[in-house]
Design a binder for this molecule. Structure first.
Ligand SMILES: Cc1cc2nc3c(=O)[nH]c(=O)nc-3n(C[C@H](O)[C@H](O)[C@H](O)COP(=O)(O)OP(=O)(O)OC[C@H]3O[C@@H](n4cnc5c(N)ncnc54)[C@H](O)[C@@H]3O)c2cc1C
Length: 608
């Protein structure tokens, strides 16, 4: 049994009760009759219990037994079904920002429930994560009769949901898809023909039906992404009374043999091989200009899933950290460098082990702060009674989404590497939990648009959205925070560093702008990944330092002998470590961008 589910909610509770203003959120009409700050612990405890007692015991099955494909059907490990059912019964399954149900849970709370459950069994949690995104699209874009037909069963988990963009010849560039849609005699119903690849949860045995959201080009629509439309394509056709009809000619041709997340089925799906696959068009038929609405609609799901990916990355990183911490506290090896003839000590006594623990702890808390703040903005953008606040929050979500997705998923690969390093050779052995986490977590930088795609979304679109005004507001929040706290005693050095890093960051932006003005367009994709990281680091530095201020004030009140003092000391240490050890990377990025180094572009392909 490699799985060792170690999870605690102390940081989450700090975020909800001392850092984010949840009272304000719970005072909104949508939530006021259903949630209070006092309920937060109950939900987190319920999620922990489910994670520990129900999901974690099935995690090894996913990794060892895998999802299996035989006779055109996919089966999941036997223990998955009961565990899936228990999560649905607890009401902690699919949630979407667009859900219009009374008593819906704020996503800023639900995301920590997801982190708790995904840490226990990510491969299983993926199944209902996608269902949530598919339901959100139907909620937003489908006619009422289709909402009535699909949504109750999607939100209850009786039906599963998927997203179908990728094809063998169309990955990052979705505009090249070949799947076609042909009109039938029934308005809004099309015949679908094509092959989709890498479809997560594309087939499995835990639900009655699977509702695929499929991108396809209506015959005659224009080439490229602007000609694509989106269709609801159920595995079994659903009659108007809700009963399941026969097969809708969606065949599973196989599943992938993957590096990780092996309990999650990644399918090749063939639509309409027997000419019998029907799809329901979402939105309008392309007009004379041949433009479809599919990509815009699919972005709704992709943005939800991108944030979902950040939660998965966080869950993986946190589980690996907790395990490496436990190992470091138990394993005895070597002697102190200052007492070479002294007794053997635990790993946690060694300087380099402490460096790796602090690296993990501070990066994880930085990512959690970024992700939870972004989900908080999502709730504001949907439910605040103040229109101006809704608009502002929506802009912040748009800017932060590529940061959450790409920064959290790039960093989990690094933090899990440090967790393995702490185990030494045992980290490389499958009997210990961190090996599987390393295999599972690599997918996060690849799917939902590779992290390069995220970086171009940030640099190419989000910086300039609304003539750059929202991004300016985003930046001003950081400079205002520094200005307001520049005389702070406890964090004087850290505010100095953050201020320096902010100037360096502004220089990066100015350099980029002047390259673009000079027509040096390839400089943007050449530097975009590093600029995304710099953007995430400056923002995370600000967020962690603002948490550090709260923690310092609390510690001052409680005193060092209080039972919870160690937690607040840990928060202060995370903020200081992150700002002094990680944020200075922004200065290195500034140097590179300023130099305008193009060696990677100038080298001929033969010289690599
Ligand atoms: C386990 C798994 C599950 C998945 N689930 C789903 C799913 O449910 N639904 C779905 O539709 N898809 C799914 N995918 C597909 C996934 O989203 C794609 O793999 C991803 O978008 C990248 O496409 P690709 O693999 O074809 O790589 P490519 O597009 O070939 O990219 C290869 C590399 O080239 C880079 N690159 C590509 N184009 C450019 C460019 N113009 N400039 C610079 N660099 C570029 C990429 O960043 C990447 O590093 C899944 C994939 C996997 C592995």
């Amino acid at each position: 049994m490699a799985t060792n589910y170690l999870f605690n909610h102390r940081d989450h509770k700090f975020i909800y009760k001392e850092w984010l203003n949840m009272e304000k959120l719970f005072s909104f009409d949508t939530y006021k009759d259903y949630y209070t700050v006092d309920d937060i612990d109950t939900y987190l405890n319920l999620a922990f219990k489910l994670g520990k007692d129900v999901l974690a015991p099935t995690n090894d099955d996913g990794d060892k037994l895998h999802a299996q494909f035989a006779d055109g059907k996919v089966t999941t490990p036997p223990s998955f079904k009961a565990a899936y059912q228990k999560v649905m019964e607890a009401g902690l399954g699919p949630q979407s920002a667009d859900r219009e149900t009374e008593g819906k849970m704020p996503l800023s709370l639900h995301c920590s429930i997801s982190e708790t459950l995904l840490a226990a069994n990510m491969a299983l949690g993926i199944y209902w994560g996608l269902t949530a995104g598919a339901a959100g699209v139907i909620q937003k874009f489908a006619d009422q009769k289709y909402k009535d037909l699909f949504l109750p069963k999607l939100f209850s988990g009786e039906f599963g949901g998927t997203m179908n963009l990728t094809e063998p010849g169309a990955g990052s560039d979705v505009g090249d898809i070949l799947t076609k849609a042909y009109p039938t005699d029934t308005p809004g119903i099309y015949k679908i023909k094509g092959t989709k690849q890498f479809i997560t949860a594309g087939d499995h045995d835990m639900v009655e039906n699977i509702v695929h959201l499929v991108l396809a080009r209506i015959d005659g629509a224009r080439e490229g992404t602007s000609g694509i439309s989106l269709f609801i394509v159920p595995k079994y056709w659903v009659s108007e009374d809700g009963s399941l009809g026969g097969s809708n000619d969606v065949q599973t041709a196989g599943i992938e043999n993957k590096l990780g997340a092996k309990g999650s089925a990644t399918c090749v799906l063939v639509y309409g091989e027997n000419d019998g696959c029907r799809g329901i068009l979402l939105g309008d038929v392309p007009g004379e200009d041949g433009r479809g609405q599919g990509m815009k609609q699919m972005f709704n799901m992709m943005n939800e899933e991108r944030l979902g990916v950040s939660i998965m990355a966080l869950a993986n990183a946190y589980l690996a950290y907790q395990n490496s911490l436990q190992y470091a506290q138990e394993r005895v090896q070597g002697r102190l460098i200052t007492k070479p003839k002294g007794p053997r000590v635990k790993l946690i006594e060694h300087e380099d082990i402490r460096r790796m623990l602090m690296y993990q702890k501070s990066v994880i808390e930085a990512c959690r702060a970024l992700i939870l703040k972004t989900y908080y903005y999502i709730d504001l953008s949907h439910d605040s009674p103040d229109e101006e606040e809704r608009r502002f929050a929506d802009m912040m979500v748009q800017i932060n989404t590529p940061l959450c997705k790409a920064y959290a998923s790039d960093m989990v690969w690094k933090t899990v590497a440090e967790a393995i390093q702490i185990y030494g050779g045992y980290g490389f052995i499958e009997e210990y939990p961190v090996a599987q986490i390393a295999r599972d977590c690599k997918i996060h930088s690849l799917w939902e648009g590779t992290n390069y795609i995220q970086s171009m979304d940030l640099v190419g679109r989000k910086f300039m959205m609304g003539q750059g005004k929202p991004f300016l507001k985003w930046l001003n929040e950081i400079s205002r925070f520094i200005e307001e706290n520049q005389d702070n005693q406890e964090f004087g050095k850290e505010f100095g560093m953050l201020s320096k890093a902010l100037s360096a960051y502004q220089n990066i932006l100015a350099n980029l702008q002047s390259y673009l003005q000079d027509g040096k367009i390839p400089m943007m994709p050449l530097y975009s990944t590093r600029i995304l990281h710099a953007t995430a680091m400056i923002y995370c530095g600000y967020l962690l330092l603002s948490q550090g201020l709260v923690a310092a004030a609390q510690l001052e009140q409680l005193g060092p002998d209080h039972y919870d003092a160690a937690f607040y000391q840990g928060k202060i240490a995370s903020a200081k470590f992150y700002i002094i050890n990680i944020v200075p990377e922004i200065l290195a990025t500034q140097f590179v961008v300023e130099q305008g180094d193009c060696s990677a572009l100038e080298l001929s392909a033969d010289s690599f």
